[in-house]
Design a protein around this ligand. Structure first.
Ligand SMILES: *Cc1c(COP(=O)(O)O)cnc(C)c1O
Length: 291
């Protein structure tokens, strides 16, 4: 693997919650490198950092960003060092999902009580250090390409854009690069946390996305049966598999705020399906589901 092709991702439509939605299929960008992490890290594919000998990052042991960085490192022929808090012995013995595939791509994994600090200490002048979840300025480069694709498709018609947020990086740079209004909801932390994340990347609040909230708080990554039901309902009515970590909270937020949208909604499918493998195991175990 030397380069990765980026084709324009398809726009599809379906009816859900009694409303017509357009869906931007960023999950289909590329089989190995897709979703918003591909958009965020595209910069480094097109501006190969020649001095870089290793990529260093940190975060959860099933992170989508971790997997995508392992693909990036493999493509650039550099090492990938990743630090997480903890790896359950069950996962070590039975690798699945992002963890399994990132290891296959050559990831060297470390554990430490303070992953960020430990990752920073591993960094030398030949390292490319990536903040957790890819909350970096370089992400704008690839997210602008997404915005341009949507702008081109929308022409001069009116649409609202919706996507669920983790770090908020994708929503922020999308809003910065389109005249359409971007709506998002926090999945990690609350509205305050998300606003802070926006401010770290962009001081001008006028170009921040509009935050909507789900009807109740969800603890990030914790299986909840209504999230699984939303995932299943989406799959049944659209024939599309959505991510199980962010998308169900996103769709619950849309359902709860339907009256806010003045225009047809474009929903961004941000990928993350490899992460579903491990999460589905956890759902099956917790709710005794027969999956
Ligand atoms: C990483 C990720 C998000 C969150 O993206 P941010 O730019 O951090 O807000 C949402 N959905 C999926 C599927 C992801 O992998």
């Amino acid at each position: 693997m030397e380069t990765i092709d980026f084709a324009t991702s398809p726009m599809q439509n379906f009816v859900f919650l009694g409303k017509k939605f357009f869906i931007k299929r960023d999950d289909l960008i590329n089989k190995d490198f897709s979703g918003n992490k591909a958009r965020k890290f595209a910069y480094f594919l097109h501006h190969k950092p020649l001095h870089v000998k290793n990529i260093i990052s940190y975060g959860s042991n099933q992170s989508n960003a971790m997997y995508s960085l392992s693909v990036l490192a493999k493509t650039l022929h550099v090492k990938f060092l990743y630090v997480c808090n903890h790896i359950p012995s069950f996962l070590k013995q039975n690798p699945v999902g992002n963890y399994k595939e990132a290891l296959k791509n050559g990831m060297e994994i470390f554990t430490n009580d303070n992953p960020k600090q430990f990752a920073q200490n591993l960094t030398c002048k030949n390292s490319l250090f990536i903040k957790e979840g890819g909350a970096i300025k370089e992400a704008e480069y690839g997210i602008k390409v997404l915005a341009d694709e949507i702008n081109e498709w929308a022409q001069d018609k009116k649409y609202d854009i919706f996507l669920p947020s983790g770090t908020g990086t994708t929503a922020l740079y999308l809003q910065k690069n389109t005249r359409l209004k971007v709506f998002t909801n926090p999945c990690v932390g609350n509205e305050e946390y998300l606003k802070k994340q926006f401010l770290e990347l962009e001081e001008n609040e006028k170009i921040h996305p509009t935050i909507l909230n789900p009807p109740k708080k969800y603890h990030f990554g914790k299986p909840k049966i209504e999230l699984f039901h939303m995932y299943e309902m989406l799959k049944k009515s659209t024939n599309i598999e959505f991510d199980l970590l962010y998308d169900p909270i996103g769709w619950i937020t849309i359902e709860h705020n339907l009256q806010v949208f003045k225009n047809p909604i474009i929903y961004i499918h941000q990928g993350g399906l490899l992460g579903n493998v491990s999460l589905l195991h956890r759902y099956a175990k917790k709710f005794k589901l027969n999956l």
